[in-house]
Design a binder for this molecule. Structure first.
Ligand code: PEP
Length: 248
């Protein structure tokens, strides 16, 4: 019922030369059995959309909450869409930390993204300190109620669970820990939006997903795919992750 999704977050990595990796990925997956999304830096978005072709979608890594105006350096959801994006990552922990983004900001951006016709990939996740204090589920609950707008559906919302301590560190939660949080997110979505919508929203795990651990993670119930940072930069790394998701 939920189409699986392999999403790559290139972060602030890549100039035009990196498009060769996207080209290689597109050549390796001409008719993928899962959705593939690559979120390059905004400077590459337009060219990436052309290189990616029909089999791979491209997305932004952030957007402004307003449609236009005096916001130097920012990009609106409509601009991302105009450049070829069909989705945008919002509330990534690096933006929450580097730019002091709060749940309210993320919710406003998500609303703008949905109004512009983009899928909002909303990130939630606890710090190591919060996990060690046994606060993980409370943190996730607060981020979900604060960051996810009311008008969401299975078509315009994806939730990515990304424990901050697992991002770019090589540390991965146990499969039980991943399962516990994903089940919790699913239950909360169903409670807030009803079973139909709650069951149709895709849930991604993110945090040090690699070719070697992807199959195990994709075997966890309520994991509908992954949001991948470092291992999405090279086609040779991301391709086996996509293959593992196709076989899950
Ligand atoms: C991310 O930044 O969204 C991420 C999951 O990074 P990595 O895969 O490198 O841990």
């Amino acid at each position: 019922m939920r189409r699986k999704l392999a999403a790559g977050n290139w972060k602030m990595n890549g100039t035009g030369a990196a498009l060769a990796e996207l080209e290689a990925l597109a050549a390796a997956h001409p008719a993928p059995g899962v959705d593939i999304l690559i979120c390059p830096p905004a400077t590459l978005l337009h060219r990436a959309a052309e290189v990616a072709g029909d089999a791979i979608a491209v997305g932004g890594q952030d957007c402004h909450a307003n449609a236009s105006g005096a916001h130097t350096g920012d990009l609106s959801a409509g601009m991302l869409r105009d450049a070829g994006a069909t989705a945008v990552i919002l509330g990534h922990s690096e933006r929450r930390e580097d730019h002091d983004e709060r749940n309210d900001d993320v919710r406003a951006k998500a609303r703008a993204a949905m109004e512009a016709g983009l899928i909002a990939v909303i990130c939630v996740g606890e710090s190591l300190e919060q996990r060690e204090a046994a606060n993980t589920l409370d943190i996730i609950a607060g981020q979900m109620s604060g960051s996810i707008p009311d008008q969401c559906t299975g078509e315009n919302l994806v939730v990515a669970y990304e424990p901050i301590w697992a991002i770019g560190t090589g540390k991965v939660p146990t499969l039980e820990q991943i399962g516990e949080v994903h089940d919790f997110i699913r239950a909360r979505l169903e409670r807030r939006f009803g079973e139909g919508v709650g069951r149709s929203v895709r849930l991604l795990y993110g945090g040090s997903v690699k070719p070697g651990n992807a199959a195990d993670i994709f075997g966890v119930p309520n994991v509908d795919g992954a949001l991948v940072g470092g291992a999405s930069l090279k086609a040779d790394d991301f391709s086996p992750i996509i293959a593992a998701l196709e076989s899950a």
